[in-house]
Design a protein around this ligand. Structure first.
Ligand SMILES: Nc1ncnc2c1ncn2[C@@H]1O[C@H](COP(=O)(O)OP(=O)(O)OP(=O)(O)O)[C@@H](O)[C@H]1O
Length: 362
């Protein structure tokens, strides 16, 4: 296992350029702890695969250095980095049995049968492949084949890191839950440094101890699932994490007062005056808004619609022109088309030009 450090990494596919917009990856610095479970999360095209390929050695970055345990590996090819990779689609030998496929990475490195056999059996058991150990891979389903790929990635104990690139894409949704949990427990048991690329927030948040959120070639936040939910550093994180995402609406801030559509709300913090001309927004999770009957305290809102989404409901409400989503267990007490909206000031985040704006407790 290794710590992985990215120092001032940037990548432009057409070669060095003076225009920052040409860069698929803008300048970034990251440190990945030895034995950590990380996810790289972001929408399509934000640069996740580019970053993963720089770590694996498939790409040499235009700028910056990649260090494995302090050793500069920036221009070393993949085979000299001692990493395992698991891709979107199974990479296995169809004519080999499950056992032979799992054993291959060890056999290829000259390991003894005494070492290989128990390790293969242990992994097969953890991935529920035990009953198929002597079946040829070509006779198995796409799900089982991808499990073999995962097993092949996890079989060597001495790798510097295991890199996963959207590994559950071909997996049946039901089995996805199971495999995610298995990967998490394999991580706990073996302590590998794991980096997992996905655009699926559920996958990222359930797998990783720390999630690196990317947007338009930049890392906008590195944090625990809880931090990403409670204190998004960037409006994109608020919007991208959660279902529905954070409500982000224009407002004005004056000390510990928030002005929203002609209403004033007292915040739990006092904020310095934002720079003149800056875009100031309130960010509040739908879970931290409450609706009550229109004759009670709160901001008077129109109920636009209410959707039932399984165990809770999502109401869409309008405060003048501004729309909010509100998540509640049960909204059946509300009748008519108006309600009072209550904002929990302790959960309100202020953003200036998309960045979290920090205040001091007043
Ligand atoms: N070989 C390439 N040549 C030129 N541009 C590329 C190349 N590969 C990727 N890009 C561009 O770099 C940017 C980042 O792409 P990348 O594949 O890293 O994003 P991603 O977040 O992994 O997306 P996805 O989830 O769709 O794979 C995109 O604008 C993409 O079009």
């Amino acid at each position: 296992m290794a710590t992985i450090t990215l120092n001032d990494i940037a990548h432009c596919y057409s070669g060095p350029s003076d225009d920052p917009d040409d860069y698929a990856l803008k300048q970034l610095n990251l440190a990945w702890r030895d034995g950590g479970a990380y996810a790289l999360l972001g929408p399509s095209g934000c640069g996740k695969t580019t970053l993963l390929n720089i770590i694996s050695g498939l790409l040499i970055p235009t700028k910056g250095r990649v260090l494995f345990n302090e050793q500069d590996v920036t221009s070393r090819p993949t085979e000299q980095r001692n990493i395992a990779q698991i891709f979107q689609f199974p990479v296995i030998y169809d004519t080999m049995t499950v056992f032979e496929n799992l054993a291959f990475p060890l056999k290829n490195r000259g390991r003894s049968k005494k070492e290989i056999d128990p390790r293969v059996i242990e992994l097969a058991r953890m991935l529920d492949l035990e009953d198929n150990l002597h079946t040829k891979a070509c006779h198995l389903t796409a799900d089982a084949k991808q499990k073999i790929s995962l097993g092949r990635g996890l079989i060597r104990q001495s790798v510097n890191a295991i890199l996963f690139d959207e590994p559950l894409t071909v997996i049946d949704p039901q089995l996805k839950w199971q495999l995610r949990a298995q990967l998490k427990s394999l991580h706990k048991q073996f302590g590998f440094t794991m980096i997992y690329v996905t655009h699926d927030q559920t996958e990222a948040l359930t797998f990783a101890d720390e999630v690196v959120v990317m947007y338009e070639g930049e890392v906008v936040q590195v944090g625990t699932p809880e931090a990403l939910f409670e204190r998004p550093e960037h409006t994109f994180v608020g919007y991208f994490i959660g279902s529905p995402g954070m409500n982000i609406v224009p407002c004005a801030v004056d000390g510990d007062r928030l002005r929203l559509n002609g209403h004033e709300i007292r915040l739990g913090q006092r904020y310095p005056a934002p720079p003149p001309g800056a875009r100031v927004e309130l960010g509040i999770r739908p879970e931290y808004l409450r609706l009550q009957p229109p004759d009670r305290d709160g901001l008077s809102v129109a109920i636009v619609r209410v959707d039932n989404v399984g165990r809770h409901q999502v109401a869409r409400v309008a405060l003048g022109e501004q729309l909010f989503n509100v998540v509640a267990a049960d909204l059946s007490g509300l009748t008519g088309d108006r309600a009072s909206l209550v904002i929990d000031p302790a959960r309100a985040n202020v953003y200036v030009n998309d960045q979290l704006y920090r205040g001091a407790t007043s």
